[in-house]
Design a protein. Sequence first.
Length: 156
Amino acid sequence: MVPLFNLLYYGYLDIYMKQFLISFHYWVETIPDKLYPFRQEIEGKWVRGRRAYEQVLHKGIKIHGLGQTSYRLTIYRGTWHLFGSIVLMASLTIIAHQLLGSEVALYVLLATAIAALCLQEFILHPKRYGQTTRKGVIDIFTWVAPMAVYMAFLVS
């Protein structure tokens, strides 16, 4: 067993943590793909889930161009963004109040989450998926609008 000091000193813990965070982010990001409820015909068989999602995505790219999808898929992903925003707000509220014991911490955590979402939507996704700025703005709106309503009206 390698002592923790050696892992920290040689930077191995940083590498493992980075790999873990990247794989966790990918797992969370692909939940809507795996749970795609609409069926598609592929090679004479009706399928759902990841294969159906990928077919719809590729058809949308073929029709609308790189970084573009159909309105149906945009609404589906937007619904998942809205759900993710609600789960994120609930999680951050629990962390801020139960673990940190401060309402200021909630605002800091939400602001940090919004900054991370902007990084993801305007820097990472355009590089990885060829996402357009318009789609990034729509995604940010579906994430941040519920957070703004929550901070303005529900947090006292």
